[in-house]
Structure formats: C-alpha cells, structure tokens
Design a protein around this ligand. Structure first.
Ligand SMILES: [Ca+2]
Ligand SMILES: [Ca+2]
Ligand SMILES: [Ca+2]
Length: 122
C-alpha cells in the first residue's frame, strides 16, 4: 500500500502548511490597532499616535479628510454627520469609544479586535 502512505504524507504537509500560513491562527492574522497606529511600538495607541494617522491622511491640512485623501469606504464608515468629509472629531470617535478607562491611551485590551477584515457593519 504505497499510495496510501503517499496520500498520508501529502495530507500531513497540507495540514502543516495551513498551520504555518496562519489559517488556524484566527482570521489570517488580522491587523490590530497597534499594528496600524502604534508609532513607537509600545503596544498601545496614544491619542497623539491616532491623531498622527489623521494628519497623515489629511494631505492639504484642512482638518478634514475627503474622498481624494482617503478611500471612499473608510470615509463613509467614519463620516457620521454625512457631509462627505471626516473631521477630527469623527476620526477620533472610535478612539474615544475604545478608550474604556479614558486615560487617552488605547491598549491591547481596549483596542477593537478585527478578525480578518470587515469589522463592525453599520
Ligand atoms: Ca483634507
Ligand atoms: Ca463629516
Ligand atoms: Ca485606555
């Protein structure tokens, strides 16, 4: 029964490669807030770090992010008053909401978990 052995080996390799590619590691290694906003790499996101990503996107520095500065999907998700732009307040809203103990820092325990893209649907 040579062929059975071959199939078994292939099966084991397939399972191992799934493991190493992170398919079982929960959502294919979804990027956390820390990955995206944590500038100094201490695992926490401060208000200033979060704000820096606003400033980064706001190419013309008018304190609002428009569709040509960010992608439309993100604008729509963050633009709570529906004027087509994301203001500082609108941008900071998820940060404020995540900062459960209001110390101005979102740590790994407070950060919203993103299990492989999508996030919260509205
Ligand atoms: Ca702008
Ligand atoms: Ca707005
Ligand atoms: Ca906090």
């Amino acid at each position: 029964m040579k062929s059975f052995k071959t199939i078994l080996v292939i099966f084991v390799i397939a399972v191992l490669s799934l493991y190493t590619s992170g398919a079982f590691a929960g959502g294919g290694g979804g990027r956390s807030w820390a990955d995206r906003y944590d500038g100094d790499g201490d695992g926490k996101v401060s208000k200033a770090e979060f704000m820096a990503s606003f400033t980064d996107r706001d190419a013309n520095g008018d304190k609002s992010i428009t569709v040509d500065e960010w992608n439309e999907r993100n604008i729509t998700r963050s633009d709570t008053d529906g004027d087509g732009k994301v203001s500082v307040d609108e941008f900071m809203a998820p940060f404020i909401a995540a900062d459960a103990n209001k110390d101005g820092v979102v740590d790994s325990g407070e950060a919203p978990q993103r299990g492989g893209g999508g996030g919260k649907k509205r």
